[in-house]
Design a protein around this ligand. Structure first.
Ligand code: C2O
Length: 560
C-alpha cells in the first residue's frame, strides 16, 4: 500500500467514526455535559480503533510464574550506574526500533503504549474498548502486570534477562522533579528516554501535592479500600451512565499517582477560540490514553508499584481485598516472546515470588538537589478567605458547580451517629468509625482534568480570615480520553485535627450528645503546577475564566 492510499484510508475511517459518534451520542442518556469534548484531541492521542490490540491466533496460555535464576532488582532512577543508564537507553531504543521495523509486533513501542490506551479509555461503542483499569481496586494489580511484561520484553530485546526497570522515587526528598537522564540529551535519537511533550527539567512538584505530609497521609492509611480503591465492575470506560454508581478510586491513585501524571506535561493543547476557559488534559502524561507514550510513565509506575509493595508489606494480609473476585480476576498480555499470556491477580500479589523481581530501597543519602517547599502565599490566603456568611449552598443530588474560584461549603455530618455516647470513650468510637469526607458524583467535562485542594476549617472560628485550615489535602482526576465525561466519587479520611472537631464538647462524665455541626470545607481548583486557578496567569488572563467549569459534584458530607 502506498502512502496516499494509507492517508485516504485513514481519512475515510476518521469520517465514518465521527458520523457514528454523533449518532450514538444522540441515543445515549443525557448527562449534565455534552458527550462531545470541547477539548481538542491531543496531537498524540490515537483514534480509538488504532489502539486496539492485535488478535492472537492462539488461545492465551496460563502464566506459569517467573522462577528463573535471575532476580531482577529495580533501583531508583537517581542511583543508576553509568552502565545501567546506557543499558536503559539501549533497551528503550531497541523497543522504539522494533515498532518502526515491524509495527505489527505486539512487543514494539507503540503496541505497548496502546495496551494502556486500550485499557483506560478505549472507545465509544461500537468500536469496543478494553476494560477501564483505573478508578477501582484492580488499578494496582493491572499496572503491576503491565510493567512485568514490559520489563521482560525489554530484557529479551537486549538479551539481558536480569534487566530491571528503574523507579522514579518522587516521594524521596529532593526527587520530586524529573530525573535528568530522561531529559538530557533532549532528542529521541540520542536519548530514547526523551519525550518532547514534557515541561522541562528544573522544576519541583509543588509541596502541597508531593511532600512529606501527603506521602505520609497516604502511606499511613490502613484500610485497603481507602488506599487501593473500591470494588467496581470491570467495564469499558465510556460515556457517563447516570444509572451506575460512580467508582471510587483509592487515595493513592487520586493523589500521588494522578498528580505526577498531570504535572509532567508542558501545557494542554491550545483551547478552541470560542472556549478559552477549558482546563484540558495535556499529552502525553496528562491523558491516560497517551500517557504510556512517554517513557517516564514506566519509571513513575515502577514507583507506584514499589509503594504498593511497601504499604502492603507493612500491614500483611488484611491490606489485601478479602473477596475472591479480586484474586480470581485475570488479565491478558503479550509476553517477551510475543505469546498471549493470561495472569491472575492472585499471581500478582507476591513480586519476589512468582514475578521474579524485587526493589532495592532508595539510599538514605538522597539526592544533592532539594526542592524548595512553597508556603501558601499571602495572595492565596486572601483568596481563601471568604467570610463565613458567603458560604456556597450545596443541593444534595443536584449538580453543584465548582468554577475556577475557590468555594467554601458546609459539609454536614451524615450517617449513623450514636445519639448519646454515655459509656463509651469518644476517642475509641472515633477510631472505629474512621471519619471521612465524601464528595460524591464528581463529574469532569470531556477531556478535562482537575486538581482540587481541599482545606478543612474549624466552623467555630469567627471568620475564615482568622483561621488557618486545620487540615489540608487534595484530589486529582486525569482524563482517560478526550471524548467523554468522567465521573467518580471521592473519599478522603479526616486527619486527627479535623477529627477533633467532630468530638463531643460536653465535659467528661456528663451525658454527651454529639454536636452535629458541619465542617467548613474550602475547595480550591488549581493548575497542575499547583497555583490556584483563579490566580494563575494563564487562567486569570481570561476574564471569562471566573465562570469556567472545573467540575460538578452531587453532594459533599462527612461520615463517621
Ligand atoms: Cu494507567 Cu498511571 O495510569
Amino acid at each position: 500500500m502506498n502512502t496516499s492510499t494509507l492517508i485516504a484510508g485513514n481519512n475515510a475511517r476518521r469520517w465514518t467514526v465521527s458520523l457514528m459518534t454523533i449518532t450514538i451520542a444522540a441515543l445515549l442518556p443525557s448527562s449534565s455535559y455534552a458527550q462531545q469534548s470541547n477539548c481538542p484531541r491531543a496531537p498524540n492521542e490515537p483514534e480509538v480503533p488504532e489502539c486496539r490490540p492485535p488478535v492472537s491466533p492462539y488461545k492465551a496460555i496460563r502464566f506459569q510464574g517467573d522462577y528463573g535464576s535471575f532476580l531482577r532488582v529495580r533501583k531508583s532512577v537517581f542511583e543508576l550506574t553509568p552502565y545501567e543508564v546506557d543499558r536503559l537507553r539501549y533497551a528503550f531504543g531497541a523497543l522504539r526500533r522494533l515498532s518502526v521495523e515491524d509495527p505489527s509486533d505486539p512487543r514494539g513501542w507503540m503496541m505497548q503504549a496502546n495496551v494502556h490506551c486500550w485499557n483506560c479509555a478505549g472507545a465509544a461503542p461500537p468500536h469496543g474498548a478494553g476494560i477501564d483499569v483505573h478508578g477501582h481496586y484492580w488499578f494496582l494489580p493491572w499496572h503491576r502486570a503491565y510493567l512485568y511484561f514490559f520489563e521482560k520484553i525489554l530484557g529479551e530485546l537486549i538479551g539481558e534477562p536480569d534487566f530491571a526497570l528503574p523507579y522514579w522515587d518522587w516521594d524521596t526528598e529532593g526527587r520530586s522533579r524529573l530525573p535528568p537522564l530522561y531529559n538530557t540529551p533532549a532528542n529521541v535519537i540520542d536519548n530514547p528516554l526523551y519525550d518532547s511533550t514534557r515541561h522541562g527539567t528544573d522544576r519541583c512538584m509543588p509541596v502541597q501535592f508531593m511532600g512529606p505530609k501527603v506521602v505520609n497521609d497516604v502511606m499511613t492509611i490502613t484500610d485497603w479500600e481507602l488506599f487501593m480503591g473500591k470494588e467496581a465492575p470491570l467495564v469499558p470506560s465510556g460515556p457517563v451512565d447516570p444509572r451506575k454508581p460512580p467508582p471510587t478510586a483509592g487515595r493513592f491513585e487520586n493523589t500521588l499517582h494522578n498528580i505526577v501524571h498531570g504535572w509532567v506535561p508542558a501545557a494542554p493543547p491550545p483551547p478552541p477560540p470560542d472556549q478559552p476557559t477549558q482546563n484540558c488534559g495535556a499529552p502525553n502524561m496528562g491523558i491516560f490514553s497517551t500517557s504510556a507514550q512517554d517513557p517516564i510513565f514506566f519509571a513513575h509506575h515502577a514507583n507506584v508499584d514499589r509503594l504498593w509493595e511497601t504499604w502492603w508489606r507493612a500491614g500483611g494480609e488484611q491490606r489485601l481485598p478479602p473477596d475472591e473476585r479480586w484474586r480470581r480476576e485475570t488479565f491478558q498480555f503479550f509476553d517477551e516472546h510475543g505469546h498471549l499470556v493470561e495472569i491472575s491477580v492472585q499471581q500478582l500479589v507476591e513480586v519476589t515470588g512468582s514475578l521474579g523481581y524485587t526493589y532495592s530501597p532508595p539510599s538514605a543519602a538522597g539526592d544533592a538537589v532539594t526542592c524548595p517547599s512553597a508556603a501558601m502565599g499571602a495572595m492565596e490566603m486572601a483568596l481563601l478567605a471568604p467570610p463565613a456568611a458567603s458560604l456556597v449552598n450545596v443541593t444534595p443530588g443536584a449538580p453543584n458547580r465548582l468554577t475556577s474560584q475557590p468555594q467554601t461549603v458546609a459539609a454536614p455530618v451524615r450517617g449513623t451517629t450514636p445519639a448519646v455516647g454515655f459509656f463509651e470513650p469518644a476517642g475509641a468510637l472515633m477510631a472505629q468509625r474512621e471519619p471521612r469526607l465524601h464528595i460524591d458524583g464528581v463529574t469532569l467535562p470531556p477531556g478535562q482534568t482537575a486538581t482540587v485542594r481541599v482545606l478543612l476549617h474549624d466552623p467555630s472560628a469567627p471568620a475564615l480570615t482568622s483561621s488557618a485550615p486545620v487540615d489540608e489535602t487534595y484530589f486529582s482526576i486525569i482524563p482517560h480520553h478526550s471524548s467523554h465525561a468522567l465521573v467518580q466519587n471521592v473519599e478522603i479520611p479526616l486527619g486527627p485535627q479535623a477529627q477533633q472537631l467532630l468530638l463531643p464538647t460536653a465535659p467528661p462524665g456528663l451525658a454527651m450528645s454529639y454536636v452535629e455541626q458541619p465542617l467548613l470545607v474550602t475547595l480550591v481548583p488549581t493548575t497542575p503546577g499547583g497555583e490556584p486557578q483563579a490566580l494563575a496567569p494563564g487562567y486569570a488572563a481570561f476574564g471569562a475564566m471566573a465562570a469556567a467549569t472545573v467540575l460538578d459534584y452531587r453532594d459533599i458530607y462527612i461520615t463517621r
